[in-house]
Design a protein. Structure first.
Length: 94
């Protein structure tokens, strides 16, 4: 399985379109097409951006190690929820 296959699987799992992800990351949708259609491998900085966006480790995108995927996703979700909670508390304190 390739990096783009893992990205596509994660997008499907999270019900996010590739166009939305690229738009949210401020990247060209043409770039995604190059990855998918032409088999180009995303640059390191793009892999890092996509991994962070999808809540997985770069290792998971590159190697497909499921253990990394599950741990990283769970940790990322918890961190996001904690951050939202902290922001809510801060707003209430004002």
């Amino acid at each position: 399985m390739s990096i783009i296959d893992r990205i596509n699987g994660l997008l499907k799992e999270r019900q996010i379109s590739a166009a939305k992800m690229m738009r949210d990351l401020n990247l060209s949708s043409g770039l995604y097409s190059q990855w998918k259609s032409l088999g180009r491998i995303p640059s390191t900085d793009k892999i890092e951006m996509v991994a962070a966006y999808l809540g997985v480790s770069t290792d998971y995108l590159i190697t497909g190690n499921e253990e990394e995927h599950e741990h990283s996703y769970s940790t990322t979700v918890i961190k996001r929820k904690a951050t939202r909670f902290q922001k809510t508390i801060m707003k209430l304190q004002w």
